[in-house]
Design a protein around this ligand. Structure first.
Ligand code: DC
Length: 220
C-alpha cells in the first residue's frame, strides 16, 4: 500500500511549510488541500455565486480545472498561487469548506494525489475522512497567540499591513467554524500524534514527524 502521512490542524499552525518539507525529505508527493478550498472561494467570488447557494457551489466545484505544478497552482490554466493566499480567501475557503456539496465534489480530486512513493497530505480532515488509512496521522497545532504572531510576521514580510488583534480574532473565528461544522470538522482523531509547535522551530517539527514516520513504518 502506498503510504500517506496526514497532517491536520488549525489555521496558521505552520502545517503547510512543515508538510511540504516532510514531503521533500521523504521524496513524497504533497497535497495542500486548503488550496482547493481557497480556489473554490476565489472562483465563487469571481463568478458572483453567493455563499448560501450550496448546490451551485457544489456544481462549480465539480467543474473546476485545477492543476498543481512546480509549487504553483492553476485554475483554468491561470496561475492563482498568490491570489488564493489572502486573508479574505482564507475566510471564504473556511465558509465554503462547511458546505457538504463542496466537500463531496473535492473527494475524488484529493484521493487522486495518492501515488508512489507516497503522499504527505495537509488540511483539516486528511486523517479523519480523506485518507483514514494513513500510516501516520499528525495533529499539528500551536497556541492562538503564537499562530497570530506568525501570520502577522508573514504579512509584514510581504509588505502587507496587519493588525495583530484583528488577525487573532479572524483566526479564532476560523477555528470556531472549522471545528464546529457538521461535515468533516477539524478534530484530533484518537490515532493522531499531537504536535504542538508553539515552542518548536520548523526544522524541529519536520524532524519529529520524519522520526515518527520511521517508528510507525518500522513497527509494521
Ligand atoms: O489550510 P488553509 O488555511 O489553506 O485552509 C483554508 C480553509 O479551507 C480552512 O479554514 C478550512 C478549509 N479547509 C477545509 O475545510 N478542509 C481541508 N481539508 C482544508 C481546508
Amino acid at each position: 500500500m502506498i503510504p500517506v502521512i496526514a497532517i491536520d490542524g488549525p489555521t496558521a499552525s505552520g502545517k503547510g511549510t512543515v508538510a511540504q518539507r516532510v514531503a521533500d525529505q521523504l521524496g513524497f508527493h504533497y497535497l495542500d488541500s486548503g488550496a482547493l478550498y481557497r480556489i473554490v472561494g476565489l472562483a465563487s467570488l469571481e463568478r458572483g455565486i453567493p455563499l448560501d447557494f450550496y448546490d451551485e457551489l457544489g456544481h462549480l466545484t465539480q467543474g473546476l480545472k485545477i492543476r498543481f505544478a512546480q509549487g504553483h497552482v492553476f485554475l483554468d490554466e491561470k496561475d492563482v498561487s498568490e491570489a488564493i493566499r489572502t486573508e479574505e480567501m482564507g475566510q471564504r475557503a473556511s465558509a465554503v469548506g462547511a458546505i457538504p456539496q463542496v466537500r463531496m465534489a473535492l473527494v475524488g480530486l484529493q484521493k487522486s494525489f495518492l501515488s508512489a512513493p507516497g503522499l504527505v497530505a495537509d488540511g483539516r480532515d486528511m486523517g479523519t475522512v480523506i485518507f483514514p488509512e494513513a500510516v501516520l496521522k499528525v495533529f499539528l497545532t500551536a497556541s492562538a497567540q503564537i499562530r497570530a504572531q506568525r501570520r502577522y510576521k508573514q504579512l509584514i514580510a510581504k509588505g502587507i499591513s496587519a493588525n495583530i488583534d484583528i488577525l487573532t480574532n479572524d483566526l479564532l473565528e476560523r477555528d470556531q467554524r472549522d471545528t464546529q461544522r457538521s461535515t468533516a470538522p477539524l478534530i484530533q482523531s484518537e490515532d493522531a500524534y499531537l504536535l504542538d509547535t508553539s515552542n518548536l522551530t520548523i526544522d524541529q517539527a519536520v524532524h519529529q514527524i520524519v522520526s515518527w514516520y520511521g517508528t510507525v513504518t518500522q513497527n509494521k
